[in-house]
Design a protein around this ligand. Structure first.
Ligand code: HSE
Length: 311
């Protein structure tokens, strides 16, 4: 019988305020799980998908996990194939990097079964093929942290250059996922159509640079001030019912900074302790309920240093 492995790939928060398409971090949970085994039949077969409410295709060209795994086979020049079982354990279209986690799981599982022919950078490139299939453009700010863990900066896509940034010990993250959906493709279209004033671009450049400096210094107050997005957040806030009320209470409850997680509708905040993360999270959940009538899920914890891995 073929050896079967099980890979876990973590959820991620992308953009982190000023870093549209270039900053992302890995969460300890939730995440997707993928079982995978080698097969003598070339190509990828998705045997089953569970936990998706029947929404996702098992056609390997239409499911991100198939696209990512196929790209690993191609890059490795393998004549063998893969059989996959995807277990979705996180909501779709949530802003938590659901397609990124599945893509990362597909690329990492394929690379592991083939004996790790690809470098971590190449694994990220393969995972980006999943993102291309999901949203039409191969951005790396979800798949890179899902593959590598930690907080990452995508300096360049061509050639791909991803930098791992330091994670201060006391940094905590709150993510609140309201029970509504925002399609990443729609949210990206909104951004593509926009024209941005130079003053807003300059403001984001300053905040992005100080975000990186804050992580190097371990300066959480500066980090909080740097979670300031004058480009994308004002456009996408309209897609998230209750966003401005939620952000306001997060800051009032002690968050260092707060913005949209990825393309939303989840909203994230940074805090300096777990107790503060829990207080801020509870306030944000309450604001979603009162201002928009939305129930939500809460994650409060640290950044995960580990990316996708065999479990
Ligand atoms: N950087 C991406 C975006 C993340 O904001 O569109 C969503 O997948």
């Amino acid at each position: 019988m073929a050896q079967r492995i099980r890979v876990f790939a973590p959820a991620t928060v992308a953009n982190l305020g000023p870093g549209f398409d270039v900053l992302g971090l890995a969460l300890p949970r939730p995440g997707d799980e993928l079982e995978a085994e080698l097969s003598d039949r070339p190509g990828v077969e998705i045997v089953a998908v569970t936990g998706d409410g029947g929404v996702l295709s098992t056609d390997p060209d239409k499911n991100v996990v198939g696209c990512a795994a196929n790209d690993v086979l191609k890059r490795a020049g393998s004549r063998r194939g893969l059989r996959l079982w995807l277990h979705k354990q996180m909501p779709l279209a949530s802003g938590l990097g659901s397609s990124g986690a599945s893509s990362a799981a597909g690329a990492v599982a394929a690379n592991e079964l083939l004996g790790r022919p690809l470098t971590p950078n190449e694994v990220v490139l393969s995972a980006m093929e999943g993102e291309r299939a999901a949203s039409g453009s191969p951005h790396a700010d979800n798949v890179a942290p899902s593959v590598l863990g930690g907080i990452v900066l995508v300096r360049s896509l061509e050639p791909l250059e991803v930098l791992s940034l330091p994670v201060p010990d006391s940094l905590h993250v709150v993510v609140v996922h309201p029970h509504c959906e925002v399609s990443t493709a729609d949210a990206r279209r909104l951004v593509k159509q926009a024209h941005f004033p130079l003053s807003a671009i300059v403001a984001n450049l300053g905040s992005l640079a100080s975000f990186v400096q804050a992580l190097h210094r371990g300066d959480l107050a500066l980090l909080g001030r740097s979670v300031d997005d004058q480009l994308i957040e004002p456009l996408r806030a309209q897609l998230i019912p209750g966003f401005s009320a939620v952000k306001k209470v997060a800051i009032k409850a002690g968050a260092l900074g707060c913005s949209i997680a990825g393309s939303g509708p989840s909203v994230f905040a940074f805090t300096a302790s777990l107790a503060s993360a829990q207080d801020v999270g509870a306030a944000m959940q309450s604001a979603f309920r009162t201002s928009a009538g939305l129930e939500s899920d809460l994650f409060a914890g640290t950044v995960s240093h580990e990316g996708a891995r065999i479990v």
